[in-house]
Design a protein around this ligand. Sequence first.
Ligand SMILES: [Zn+2]
Length: 61
Amino acid sequence: MSQTQQAVTYTDAQLHARACVRCGTEDGPLERNGYVETETRPGVRLPWAVVACPDHLGAER
Ligand SMILES: [Zn+2]
């Protein structure tokens, strides 16, 4: 098994800024928390503007 890729998966709600990017809560207040990238195919990365709950703000860049 390759360990080069971090196994990070996000839910549809997280990618569409409807849930905290860290814990997945949909309870507000959710604030913009930068971007995450998902790799849909090798070499194809998509940036997503994500949000976080107060406990997890600042966790992403
Ligand atoms: Zn959170």
